[in-house]
Design a protein around this ligand. Structure first.
Ligand SMILES: Nc1ncnc2c1ncn2[C@@H]1O[C@H](COP(=O)(O)OP(=O)(O)OP(=O)(O)O)[C@@H](O)[C@H]1O
Ligand SMILES: Nc1nc2c(ncn2[C@@H]2O[C@H](COP(=O)(O)O)[C@@H](O)[C@H]2O)c(=O)[nH]1
Length: 195
């Protein structure tokens, strides 16, 4: 486990698939100039997924090898595929920026919270079920994937009360602004005009 410095912060975006966690995370990340930690995954890329940008897409064998080498800070199985973030990436990001962000399911968010306590700030991003479904259809996701995601919607929503902050992503600009203001209270970067 990587030892965090006093001011280090790990921002975790979680919530139901399709609620807009990545969109919000990237917009806020740009505002604050913080590093995104890209997950390693064994699932196949979907149309539009970019290797090295959305995920590091790797084989099951390589994932298991990295796991044996204890490279992952957290690692979970979701619907038969493995997902994890590498300790080294977290360490490098924190050394450079003092703050990193990542998009995780609730199990991964719990793992990091249990490891690093107050240094982990969880933003629960949500939208109602119909909105999530509509967004995923519009994105052109395969119907089987949409149904898989919707099958965990209620379980994902139940995690809301465990998170430090919950933000509805109806309007992307508004959600980004709200989160940026909240984060500014933690990071004190003097970046946000609150008027
Ligand atoms: N406020 C919004 N209004 C309309 N569309 C949105 C909004 N936020 C995000 N979207 C769109 O919804 C889709 C899902 O967003 P995004 O990929 O950010 O969600 P996610 O929670 O990270 O889900 P997943 O992990 O399943 O990709 C994308 O096409 C994105 O452009
Ligand atoms: N615990 C972790 N969860 C992760 C990680 N990378 C992504 N995710 C979450 O998995 C689901 C499924 O993602 P999909 O892209 O296959 O639809 C979603 O909730 C992601 O946020 C990770 O490294 N660890």
């Amino acid at each position: 486990m990587y030892e965090l410095k006093d001011r280090d912060k790990i921002i975790v975006y979680t919530g139901p698939d399709g609620s807009g966690r990545k969109s919000v995370a990237e917009a806020v990340g740009q505002t604050f100039g913080m590093a995104k930690v890209i997950s390693f995954v064994t699932r196949a890329p979907r149309p539009g997924d970019v290797d090295g940008q959305d995920y590091h897409f790797i084989s099951h064998e390589l994932y298991k090898q990295m796991e044996r080498q204890e490279e992952f800070l957290e690692s979970v199985e979701i619907d038969g595929d493995y997902y994890g973030i590498r300790g080294l990436d977290v360490e490098l990001g924190l050394n450079k920026y003092g703050c990193i962000y990542t998009v995780l399911n609730r199990d991964g968010a719990d793992i990091l919270k249990n490891m690093y306590g107050d240094k982990v700030i969880r933003f629960f991003i949500y939208a109602d079920r119909r909105t999530v479904e509509e967004r995923e259809r519009k994105q052109g996701l395969d119907e089987s994937i949409i149904q898989k995601h919707l099958s965990h919607y209620d379980h994902d929503m139940d995690y809301r009360s465990s998170c430090e902050h919950a933000v509805e992503n109806f309007d992307l600009g508004q959600a980004t602004y709200e989160i940026s203001n909240t984060l500014e209270n933690y990071l004190q970067r003097g970046l946000i005009d609150k008027d």
